[in-house]
Design a protein around this ligand. Structure first.
Ligand SMILES: N[C@@H](CCC(=O)N[C@@H](CS)C(=O)NCC(=O)O)C(=O)O
Length: 225
């Protein structure tokens, strides 16, 4: 099995199924398709049915779309507990994952994932306030229900879905409660996340579209080192 992913420093969607594969000890290899540089869009179009990453390759099968990949892994490896075991928990986990997939647009556009960076104070908190309130409510409720440290106690696909959002809170030092901060810490402490982070920090590539200093006009495109 092989997962095609984007740059680890920036690719939120790639991080999610990669964490599932790694945390649940599913044998796989990965290959980075860069999200910048010469011909990157053509390469994605050649390798991915949707011209986006991630894509899971399993024999002749090429599965795009993060949620579909995670569901496939859950079916193919039913003993791993990728979704919570309890049916009610599973329903809530899938609802949270779906909300993450389709929601939090303000955080996604104003605070791009950038694992190597620290940009406290650069995101307009008012622009993301509603998303922050929603995440506090959602995470707070699920963590109170499960007792943590992850949303359903043990790490599950729902946590994989929220891992990129957790990194945004840290990169931009967004104001959150102690409960949300502890959850961010739990994500960072996960060995699978640490593995990804270590690889991300070694990447040399810059993607201007995800660099807040470029987005906000402080730095000219193509000049970040
Ligand atoms: N709905 C897709 C989104 C995938 C996606 O947008 N991936 C980004 C990288 S994080 C991408 O491939 N961007 C390239 C492009 O939009 O041209 C999923 O759930 O996997």
């Amino acid at each position: 099995m092989k997962l095609l992913i984007g740059n680890r420093n920036y690719s939120t969607w790639s991080l999610r199924p990669w964490l599932v594969l790694r945390h649940f000890d599913i044998p796989f290899e990965d290959e980075v398709l860069q999200l910048s540089g010469p011909r990157w869009r053509e390469v994605l179009a050649e390798r991915s049915p949707t011209a986006k990453v991630p894509v899971l390759l399993d024999g002749d099968l090429a599965i795009p779309e993060t949620i579909a990949i995670i569901e496939y892994l859950a079916e193919r490896f039913p003993d791993r507990g990728i979704w919570p075991q309890d049916m009610t928990d599973r329903a809530l986990a899938r609802a949270a994952a779906a909300e993450m997939h389709g929601g939090f647009a303000a955080l996604r556009s104003h605070a791009p994932m950038n694992l190597r960076a620290a940009h406290p104070g650069k995101v307009d908190v008012e622009a993301v306030r509603k998303d922050l309130q929603r995440i506090e409510h959602l995470w707070g409720g699920l963590l109170a229900r499960s007792g943590g440290p992850f949303l359903f106690g043990k790490f599950s696909a729902a946590d994989a879905m929220f891992a990129p959002l957790a990194t945004r809170l840290r990169t931009y030092a967004l104001p959150v409660s102690d409960v949300a901060s502890a959850y961010v810490e739990a994500i960072y402490s996960l060995p699978a996340f640490q593995h990804w982070l270590g690889l991300a920090l070694r990447e040399p590539w810059i993607v201007d579209d995800d660099e807040i200093d470029v987005i906000q006009g402080r730095v000219a495109p193509g000049t970040l080192a």
